[in-house]
Design a protein around this ligand. Structure first.
Ligand SMILES: NC(=O)c1ccc[n+]([C@@H]2O[C@H](COP(=O)([O-])OP(=O)(O)OC[C@H]3O[C@@H](n4cnc5c(N)ncnc54)[C@H](O)[C@@H]3O)[C@@H](O)[C@H]2O)c1
Length: 273
């Protein structure tokens, strides 16, 4: 699937993508750049981040840890002093957690998941909003997960850490809608990024795990990262000018789907038809 859409909704705009060196963030960075934006990519992975910046004209890379408030504040100050604007922010950096039953989960994993997936999003939004208020507005898209609203076994602390993301965008809508600042969340279903590829490779039976990942969606496939990026770009763009505080599933129908006999057999629908 192509990163280029032929649209140019971000011409002259300055955007930030956290966790922008890989997966969904990389796809959003490429999509925003292809539509004319200057994109500041921040990520912990300097090799990937710099390689992306070297390969795409409008992308810059900066190493920032989104869990560190001072680094995030300095990042936003730097973007605004260099570029004079900050139009869109994709607060996307996130980590997965190991598969563990809730009562077996070390406290350390709760702290890690909340530090990146919850506090990292909070800090990114907080420090972006400080500048957006002075600059006359802006748009934020936070990456949550279908696990904000639905769980499956052994994903407890990840789901907990993502559940706060919807509350964050609703809080921003409540506080800043009259100041021209919008914030929304996307809830991706299983998406073929390095994160999910690691999950498949690390499973006892990788073939079965891939089948399970595909079977989570009504469409019986994982998303390509560009399909999630398209939704993020829409929410960041003026096309979504009357949408704020929303959590949008981008999930191939997974939240519409109850487990059924076809869960392990993606071909069942078709053989019955
Ligand atoms: N892939 C999926 O199926 C899926 C589904 C739902 C939600 N999500 C969410 O989408 C987002 C992107 O995930 P992905 O699948 O593209 O994963 P990914 O691992 O490919 O990319 C995540 C990026 O975030 C960066 N990152 C991690 N911690 C960071 C920190 N403290 N500061 C800065 N950067 C940091 C990583 O270095 C990495 O490059 C995450 O928030 C994830 O929870 C992914």
């Amino acid at each position: 699937m192509s990163e280029a859409s032929g649209e140019s909704r971000f011409e002259g705009k300055v955007t930030l993508v956290t966790g922008g060196a890989s997966g969904i963030g990389e796809a959003t960075s490429r999509r925003l750049a292809s539509e004319g934006a200057t994109v500041v990519v921040v990520d912990l992975d300097a090799d990937l981040g710099q390689a992306l910046a070297d390969s795409v004209d409008r992308i810059e890379y900066e190493r920032v840890d989104v869990t560190d408030g001072e680094q995030v504040a300095a990042l936003m100050d730097g973007i605004v002093s260099r570029h004079g604007r900050l139009d869109g922010v994709h607060a996307n950096a996130g980590i997965e957690t190991p598969p563990l039953l809730l009562a077996d989960t070390p406290d350390e994993w709760f702290d890690k998941a909340v530090a990146v997936n919850t506090k990292g999003v909070f800090l990114t939004c907080k420090h972006a909003i400080r500048h957006m208020l002075e600059l006359g507005g802006g748009s934020i898209c936070c990456t949550s997960s279908i696990h904000d609203v639905a769980s499956y076994p052994m994903i407890g602390v990840y789901a907990i850490s993502k559940a706060a993301v919807g509350a964050t965008v609703r809080a921003i809508a409540a506080d800043y809608s009259t100041r021209n600042i919008r914030a929304n969340a996307i809830l991706p279903g299983a998406t073929l990024t390095p994160m999910v590829k690691r999950e498949v490779e690390d499973a006892e039976d990788p073939v079965l795990q891939q089948k399970l990942m595909d079977g989570l969606q009504a469409m019986k496939r994982c998303a390509d990262p560009s399909e999630i990026a398209a939704a993020a770009a829409f929410l960041l763009s003026d096309d979504a000018s009357f949408i704020t505080g929303a959590s949008l599933p981008v999930d191939g129908g997974s939240l519409s789907l109850l487990p059924g006999p076809d869960l392990l057999d993606p071909d069942l629908h078709h053989s019955e038809a």
